[in-house]
Design a protein around this ligand. Structure first.
Ligand code: NDP
Length: 375
């Protein structure tokens, strides 16, 4: 199993590195990068910060990891620290709150902190983690805007620690296969991508509908999958964006909290993307990629899986593996061994998405097409 995964990824890397379509996509083509490997050791010692819904999922998934384990906990809720500490075998000496978390700098049992708090807190939390000399894994969206994101990238660079973003789809086998096929030219010249991402959000009092904590609405939370997906599916960086916002419920979706935004991206090759981000429609988790020689469609495309999809060549049959297990093992390789994933998950990747989100909001507010310079 381990060998077949390694073989697969090595083949993927080898084929991708020779291909013109990937050369416009920022990292891979010219750099002689190593593919991910899953060697047995060492193990990445991870502290989870923000013990909420998604951290629960990550913690369970990490029980099956080969290279990453939970060795620390950071929470504002003492009962959770006691409960999670007992469940996951984290001693009291490695449990922290938001006041004393800076003390992790003296804890050799922590290599990295996975920041899984509400969006508005990522900036401060990641910078504190970096200052403590630990690697940061940060949930999406990496920050509220590109300025914050740049500060986080700079802080991690200064501290000589890595900053990764929790883009679990970058390791999902069917997604990786479609990226491989596109990079191998199997769909021909890419012409069009469609990303439709949304769900009907419930409780009107949750932080996701509070601009101060969420930084926006659906776009920050779920629309980002269409933005990020359009980049790795098309394999280029967009150069312009247009956007239109619709709001049907201004009580639930207050000023600055977007309910539904449609947006379009243009790419240097002439390919275009048409995307929908919403908190007001269910059954909306679909990617469609169209090229001159073929297509890929995935539905569901970014949920927790199993992801389903097919191309013009048939069904995608790669087995489902819990996304967060794959992600954390791969991130251990990135942090400890310098492995380079097929689709990047570093802070620059997160920052590019934030620049696009900023531009989507500007385009929606002004009705004016925004040029993008993602760097
Ligand atoms: P939750 O509300 O379930 O959990 C957030 C946790 O953060 C809380 O339980 C709390 O934990 C801590 N926290 C600290 N300060 C606050 C505050 N002021 N208000 C609320 N909570 C606070 O959120 P999620 O787990 O769903 O989301 C957390 C992050 O993970 C978000 O950035 C989200 O976008 C991302 N996410 C990513 C997913 C993915 O698939 N990659 C899926 C779902 C979410 P404590 O009591 O321990 O301090």
């Amino acid at each position: 199993m381990k060998n077949s995964r390694r073989d697969f990824l090595q083949k993927l890397a080898a084929s991708a590195a020779t291909l013109p379509f990937l050369s416009s996509y920022h990292t891979f083509a010219n750099s002689g990068l190593r593919p991910i490997t899953l060697s047995q050791s060492p193990t990445l010692k991870v502290a989870l910060m923000g013990l909420g819904g998604y951290a629960s999922r990550v913690a369970e998934a990490m029980q099956s990891c080969k290279r990453a384990k939970i060795t620390g906990l950071i929470s504002g809720t003492p009962e959770k620290l006691a409960d999670w500490g007992n469940r996951f075998g984290v001693p009291e000496t490695s449990r922290y709150n938001y006041e004393n978390l800076d003390r992790i700098k003296d804890n050799p049992e922590i290599d990295a902190v996975y920041v899984i708090t509400p969006n508005a807190l990522h900036h401060d939390h990641v910078i504190r983690v970096a200052k403590a000399g630990k690697h940061a894994i940060c949930e999406k969206p990496m920050a509220l805007n590109a300025n914050e994101g740049q500060e986080m990238v700079d802080a991690c660079t200064r501290a000589r620690v890595k900053l990764l973003v929790g883009y679990r789809m970058h390791f999902e086998p069917k997604t990786v296969e479609v990226v491989r096929m596109r990079a191998a030219g199997e769909f021909g010249k890419i012409k069009f991508f469609q990303g439709q991402c949304g769900f009907r959000i419930g409780d009107p009092n949750q932080w996701r509908l509070d601009k101060d904590l969420a930084g926006g609405g659906a776009m920050m939370d779920i629309g980002i999958y269409a933005i990020n997906g359009s980049r790795y599916m098309v394999g280029e960086e967009p150069i312009w964006v247009t956007a239109q916002e619709t709001k049907t419920d201004s009580v639930k979706f207050k000023e600055g909290v977007d309910e539904t935004i449609q947006f379009q991206l243009g790419f240097p090759s002439g390919a275009v993307a048409s995307c929908l981000s919403t908190y007001n429609m269910n059954y909306l988790d679909r990617f469609f990629l169209n090229g001159e020689k073929g297509f890929a469609e995935m539905q569901p495309s970014t949920g927790y899986g199993p992801i389903k999809g097919r191309t013009n060549k048939g069904e995608l049959t790669q087995p489902h593996v819990t996304h967060q297990t794959l992600q954390m093992d791969a991130m251990a390789g990135i942090i400890l061994d310098g492995d380079v994933p097929i689709v990047p998950v570093d802070g620059h990747e997160g920052l590019r998405d934030l620049k696009i989100i900023d531009a989507v909001y500007r385009a929606a507010a002004t009705g004016i097409k925004q040029e993008l310079e993602l760097g």
